[in-house]
Unconditional design. Structure first.
Length: 484
């Protein structure tokens, strides 16, 4: 007989596949824990069974020669019918055929079927009429429930080749392996547990490492690849796979990104960008600062899929090596995370809520360069520091309205506290606004700091005066020197 595959919640146990005598043996095995038996006899196995398949006597206390002893007590009769359907009439006939002489104390009828309410009623009423004191009708659901008890797991395995206890042990082994992998990775990556740690992910089936030429399609489906770990996920490691320059307007619910992966060269290869990438970076930086973002794609490698960890690496890749069984197009990954990052926070954009609009050209070209202004704009130390280190928070310069400043122009700033220390900024946009309109939406402490900035360059303007709000990006002399 083939072993049955089943689960607790879906697949039924196929009792009907058992031989009649095997079904009787199964029921007897389930009977052993029902009472404290003096004897449990397989009367049906011998042929002349006097109308029933098994007989049992409970233990009873007695005395022999003045000493306590165990004697046979209440008689139980057991009928096992491996019949697919048993209606009320058939149930009553079985009882009548079984109890023709001595009336037992207890009676059990077991069959791998679903008894109806009427069958239960007939079973109960007929046995009461005969004077039977205790009785059980074991149908298919009852037998399955009994087999699912941990104490009966050996019976389930003996007759059906299935063991929930062994499955639990197997699951415990799996969980233990996952926990061990997680803890080991946390120790290996403890110097930087959340971001920036390099790892090499390798296909455990590969035998040609590090010979990339052994695979004609290696560039499309690499058998090993370097990644950055970005975070520990409850189920595994999150690693950064792709990064694209993007534009996001959260108010208008619009986005766009340029389909050129800049991650390998910027963060893994660590080489200067190629010309197209350089042009793309400049184009992205010239977008409004509030709209600049990176479109990030991360992959999840489950702890349970990591089969071997080499925490030392080798001469070619001096970093931890993780061996995973690559499967299909997704390679080592079981899932992916996609989000936008503007430097201040990460957020997702649903195509159902937002519209992709054309911001990036099909092909990027070198940006324009306007006038390279010779005048140095001297800034207080705090303002100079903000532009130098916190340009994403303070992207604007505020200049007098009488200056001829246009988009793409380059201006030079100098620190008041460190003469000769210069920073160069290219104008991204120029808007004329009143000071009061610039300050009005800001909290008081921000207004004070911004007023210092405006005052330093615009000769103490009043709140009713206008100034030029110039959004800028940092540039370097070698970028515009040839245009000077």
């Amino acid at each position: 007989m083939a072993k049955q595959k089943l689960s607790r919640t879906t697949n039924p146990i196929h009792f009907e596949d058992l031989e009649p005598h095997s079904f009787e043996s199964l029921v007897r095995q389930l009977l052993y824990d029902l009472r404290d038996w003096a004897t449990l006899e397989a009367t049906g196995q011998g042929g002349a069974d006097d109308g029933y398949d098994a007989r049992a006597f409970e233990k009873a206390s007695g005395s022999e020669n003045g000493e306590p002893s165990q004697v046979e007590g209440n008689l139980w009769m057991i009928q096992c019918k491996r019949e697919h359907k048993l209606g009320p009439t058939r149930v009553k006939d079985i009882i009548e055929e079984s109890i023709q002489g001595e009336v037992p104390y207890g009676f059990i009828l077991a069959a791998p079927t679903n008894f109806s309410k009427k069958s239960y009623d007939v079973f109960r009423d007929t046995l009461r009429e005969k004077g039977v004191m205790e009785f059980y009708l074991w149908g298919k659901p009852t037998l399955e429930d009994m087999l699912y008890f941990p104490k009966n797991d050996r019976i389930l395995f003996t007759f059906f080749g299935v063991s929930f206890v062994s499955n639990r042990k197997s699951r415990a082994t799996e969980v233990r392996a996952v926990v061990t992998t997680k803890n080991k990775l946390q120790k290996i990556l403890q110097s930087s547990p959340h971001i920036g740690q390099r790892i090499l992910v390798r296909d455990i089936k590969d035998t040609y490492y590090p010979k990339e030429s052994a695979y004609p399609d290696f560039s499309k489906e690499p058998k090993w690849k370097e990644y950055f770990v970005t975070a520990h996920h409850p189920k595994g490691l999150r690693v950064k796979m792709h990064k694209y320059y993007a534009s996001v307007d959260e108010k208008k619910k619009q986005f766009d990104y340029f389909n050129l992966d800049t991650l390998p060269r910027e963060e893994i290869i660590n080489e200067p960008p190629k010309q197209e990438e350089s042009y793309l970076r400049d184009f992205h930086q010239m977008l409004p600062t509030a709209h600049q973002a990176d479109y990030i794609v991360e992959g999840l490698i489950k702890y349970e899929d990591i089969l071997v960890i080499d925490d030392q690496g080798d001469a070619k890749y001096e970093m931890p090596h993780l061996y995973v069984d690559f499967r299909g197009e997704n390679g080592p990954f079981c899932g992916f995370f996609e989000y936008f990052d503007n430097g201040n926070h990460q957020f997702k954009i649903s195509p159902n809520d937002c519209k992709q609009t054309s911001v990036f050209p099909e092909k990027v070209a070198e940006i324009k360069w306007g006038v390279i202004h010779k005048k140095n704009f001297v800034l207080p130390r705090v303002i100079f520091s903000d532009l130098e280190h916190r340009l994403s928070h303070y992207p604007n310069l505020y200049l007098p309205t009488d200056l001829n400043i246009n988009k793409f122009d380059v201006i030079t700033t100098e620190s008041e506290s460190e003469p000769g220390r210069k920073e160069y900024f290219q104008i991204k946009s120029v808007i004329k606004k009143k000071v009061k309109d610039i300050l009005q939406p800001l909290p008081e402490y921000e207004q004070q700091r911004l007023m210092e900035h405006i005052t330093a360059l615009c000769d103490n303007p009043k709140r009713s005066d206008s100034v030029l709000v110039c959004e800028v990006r940092r540039v370097y002399e070698h970028q515009f020197k040839k245009h000077n």
